[in-house]
Design a protein around this ligand. Structure first.
Ligand SMILES: [Ca+2]
Length: 223
C-alpha cells in the first residue's frame, strides 16, 4: 500500500513537470504575428505594413542609419496642424485570427524621436468576435536622440477576431520605430521564471507527501 502511494506520488509529480515544461516551452516559442517587424524588407501594402494617409503623403518610409533599418514618420513639412495620429501619417498592420481562444495581446518595440517636437504614438487595437473593440496606447514624450523600448498589452472580453498595430506621430516631427514583436498572451520573458517556480512547488508537494507517508502508522497504510 505504502509503495503504491509512493509510486503514484512520484508519477504524478513527473506528469506535472512534463505538462508545465511543455506549456512554458510553447509560451516561450510563441511566434511574432507581425510581418516585416524589423523593417528589413520593403513596405508592402498587401504583405505587411500599409500606410493610412488621408491628408497628405509626406515622409513615411523605411530608412537606415547604416546599422539598422527602421520605419520613419516625418511630418515636419506637413501643413496640417490638427492632424489626428490615428487617421493620418501612420503605418498599420492587421492580423486576422482564424480560430483559437486568444483574448490578450502584447506588443513591444522601440521608438526613437529625432526631434523635440512631436509625440510618437503606438496603438494596439483588438476586435473580438462580437465586434467589440479594445485599445491600448503608448505615447513616447521622452527626450529625442535615443531609442526607447515600450510594451503594451490589451485584453478583449471574448475570443479575438482581429488585432491591429498602428504606429503614428502626433504633431510635427520625425520619429523612428523598430523591432516590433506582437504575441498572443502575456509579455515574453517570464516563461522560465514561472516554470522554475512551479517546479519548486511540485518538488515541495512531493517531498511533503513522501514525508507524511513515513510518519503515518503502519496499520493505516496496511489497510
Ligand atoms: Ca530594424
Amino acid at each position: 500500500m505504502k509503495r503504491t502511494i509512493q509510486i503514484t506520488l512520484i508519477l504524478s509529480a513527473v506528469t506535472a513537470f512534463v505538462t508545465i515544461g511543455v506549456q512554458q516551452y510553447r509560451k516561450a516559442a510563441r511566434p511574432n504575428l507581425l510581418r516585416n517587424a524589423s523593417f528589413d524588407s520593403p513596405m508592402d501594402t498587401v504583405e505587411n505594413w500599409h500606410r493610412i494617409s488621408i491628408l497628405d503623403t509626406s515622409g513615411l518610409c523605411i530608412e537606415s542609419d547604416g546599422q539598422r533599418n527602421y520605419a520613419l514618420i516625418d511630418t515636419i513639412h506637413s501643413l496640417n496642424e490638427d492632424r489626428n495620429p490615428y487617421t493620418d501619417q501612420i503605418f498599420a498592420q492587421k492580423y486576422k485570427f482564424t480560430g483559437g481562444s486568444s483574448r490578450t495581446m502584447t506588443l513591444r518595440g522601440s521608438a526613437f524621436k529625432e526631434t523635440a517636437d512631436g509625440m510618437a504614438v503606438v496603438m494596439l487595437k483588438l476586435a473580438d468576435r462580437n465586434n467589440k473593440f479594445v485599445r491600448n496606447v503608448y505615447r513616447c514624450e521622452d527626450e529625442p536622440g535615443k531609442w526607447v523600448d515600450f510594451e503594451i498589452s490589451a485584453t478583449a472580453k471574448s475570443a479575438l477576431d482581429m488585432v491591429e498595430v498602428i504606429l503614428g506621430l502626433n504633431g510635427s516631427g520625425r520619429v523612428r520605430f523598430d523591432d516590433l514583436d506582437l504575441v498572443s498572451g502575456d509579455r515574453r520573458g517570464l516563461e522560465l521564471a514561472t516554470g522554475l517556480f512551479l517546479g519548486v512547488v511540485i518538488l515541495v508537494c512531493l517531498a511533503a507527501g513522501l514525508a507524511i507517508l513515513e510518519i503515518l502508522p503502519r496499520r493505516l497504510l496496511a489497510g
